[in-house]
Design a protein around this ligand. Sequence first.
Ligand SMILES: C[S@@+](CC[C@H](N)C(=O)[O-])C[C@H]1O[C@@H](n2cnc3c(N)ncnc32)[C@H](O)[C@@H]1O
Ligand code: SF4
Length: 425
Amino acid sequence: MLPERALAGVRNRPFGIYVHVPFCATRCGYCDFNTYTAGELGTSASPQSWMEGLRRELDAAAEMTGAPTVDTVFVGGGTPSLLGGDGLADVLGAIRSSFGVASGAEVTTESNPESTSPEFFDRLRTGGFTRISLGMQSAAQHVLKVLDRTHTPGRAVSAALEARAAGFEHVNLDLIYGTPGERDEDLDASLDAVLSAGVDHVSAYALIVEDGTALARKVRRGELPAPDDDVLASRYERIDARLAEAGLTWYEVSNWARSNGAGASEATGDWRGASEATGDWRGASEATGDWRGASEARGESRCRHNLGYWDGGNWWGAGPGAHSHVGGVRWWNVKHPARYAEQLAAGRLPVGGSEQLTVEDLHVERVMLTARLRTGLPVAELDAGEQRAAEEVAADGLLVREHDHFVLTGRGRLLADAVIRTVLR
Ligand SMILES: C[S@@+](CC[C@H](N)C(=O)[O-])C[C@H]1O[C@@H](n2cnc3c(N)ncnc32)[C@H](O)[C@@H]1O
Ligand code: SF4
């Protein structure tokens, strides 16, 4: 049971639902997400048993939280597109039958380029999805091969164009940079491809060699070199420069969004526009009394669901291994799809663990997350010692003070983790 105090403000703040789809056709060598191939699952779990569990979890979630209106939905994975357009429409239908979904809600699904088609995107559009996020990673064949990606270099761009043709205004492409063997010209080709797709959002991640992955084993055996920090830094700068030139502005260290049509930001010439009024990203909404409508009308290209995570918002994460946060309580589900379905079939929530965040935890988290945003770290969040540390970091050119926030500079973004450690020390 969630304590009363955790539920107190739930109705007055944006509420998100994350749904985890734990299935992939094959496993990419770099990925340590909670996902399983059909061969790994055998007969222990299936998309059907998962969907039954999901319906049960959503019903229980609505009962526990008092079913607040849902402002953002994010279906992630794994590979949600393996469920097909009808399967994903069923997922949204299940959310709608347990919770109310706001009329201007942002409804995203991740998709793998190779399991999409024009019909798939049409079905998602009619089913109520508003945003598509595609894993592209690279446009270079030899880089895709090192990453174990099964799609052709051109498929992600074709999929993005198909999504736009189906009426999706909001389309994201994920890139990974710094893969062993990637050259500057490979990254340039990837950026040319991304820009040719006309998407309004790009996420670009430095390749992380995660423990326990096939990639980590190859690096350990000396078959592949580990990504080089200086190369990663210069690739990041290249990405930021090309995207900025094309009108895609950073709003979180690894995320860029198109600013055209975003009235709030155009008014002030930067992304702080919406937030400056109240000092947070819900500014636009609170000022107008309805941030959902406000951001829809302003052509918001940033991912509102992820902004909710970074702003300490409330969300229920449904599905195996999904994490949730409501009013300072955080919990996470059991990871294996078979255990997940079993627990729900037995009438229990599939909770693997939980914690009540202390005031200190909340502070550390808020500093870590807001510092990575273009809107910046609120000065008021910092105690006197932390403010002094932030001023010193600013004197070194890694932060800049803008009104009542500290914002990472270009060089600061390359060293974001070190900046945060220094401020919190
Ligand atoms: C959970 S994955 C789901 C996307 C989808 N299954 C796909 O692969 O197309 C989300 C994104 O995380 C990124 N990612 C996953 N593992 C990573 C790693 N080890 N290093 C950097 N980025 C990673 C990839 O860009 C990927 O598209
Ligand atoms: S990157 Fe995507 S497709 Fe590859 S294993 Fe991870 S979740 Fe599955």
